[in-house]
Ligand binder design. Sequence first.
Ligand SMILES: [Zn+2]
Length: 308
Amino acid sequence: MANPTPSYPIGTPGQAWGAAEVAAWRSAQVPRRSYEVDVLSAIERLRPRFDVVQYGKLDYAPDSYPVFALRSRPWREELPTVLVTGGVHGYETSGVHGALQFLDRDAAGYDGRANLLVAPCVSPWAYERIHRWNAHAIDPNRSFREDSPAPESAALMRLLAPLQGRILMHIDLHETTDSDESEFRPALAARDGKDYEPGEIPDGFYLVDDSDNPQPEFQQAVIDAVARVTHIAPADARGEIIGSKVFSPGVIRYAFKPLGLCAGMTGARYTTTTEVYPDSPHASPQQCNDAQAAAVRAAIDFALARPV
Ligand SMILES: [Zn+2]
């Protein structure tokens, strides 16, 4: 019988990583695609239609990454503000390109109805290396908290601090990939000196609602829109998706703020995290981007129709 617990190539089983292990891990991460070519060039093409704000610069010598948000132009104080974030996990490609696609194809439809604020690629170092963590082996999506250890999260929180209490809806765009089970969960267990417990990757799209602020009708509206583009993940035999109870088809809940999740950062009335499944034989990259953009549109439409 095969050992059910694959050992991760870095570190000593049962011992959390120190600086040497993090350095060894980091040296094994090499750029596999270009933030400049894929993302910054797309932002440049959008620049004539939006205000482009550089909200930080991430220094990972010898590389450095400016990070950008795009805002409706004009920005009108009397309109509701909605927030879209992508690439908090850099490897989750359709989060980045779905946000950019939404800006290109759909954003104009909200002119005069909402202020849009879109940060399409929060973690560019990881975008290039197709990884979940930043260069310090820290998950930005567990780091949206005071004195954040992740500069990616801290920069976005600084951008949004003046808008606290004024954001109606926030949708954070993610993917759940087969590599979560083959690489990232084993790496997490190794980093923290814990045993790796195998899990199942759901086949299909799902949403994460906030257990401290559940909005089932809002989640349902997003699920209904995405179901027209791609399939929704079924619950497993235990009535769960990825170890969490399914409250309605394709919807699970996490406690956003205590976990330091991006979608808990603003305190918005309507919040959700999308989870596109890109590894399905039935889902092309374009379909994944379409699913993200459909989720964004449905989320904004619901929030604008039923403001607080
Ligand atoms: Zn993610």
